[in-house]
Design a protein around this ligand. Structure first.
Ligand code: FES
Length: 57
């Protein structure tokens, strides 16, 4: 599923970035070789970071 339309980043891309240590939306964009554009996806990415952190705890 595409989460970031501006950068064509999928949930799979984002989860891989989080698994690789990205713990802020900015780090997720960077890990994917992208940067924030409109910012509409930032809240979703933040939720995904929190979900993955909760799973890891
Ligand atoms: S939807 Fe992600 S920056 Fe626009």
């Amino acid at each position: 599923m595409v989460v970031c339309i501006c950068n064509a980043m999928t949930d799979k891309d984002i989860r891989a970035a989080i698994a690789g240590g990205a713990d802020r939306p900015k780090d997720v964009y960077c890990a994917c070789g992208k940067s924030a554009q409109c910012g509409c996806c930032t809240g979703t990415i933040l939720s995904m970071i929190r979900d993955e952190s909760a799973k890891a705890a």
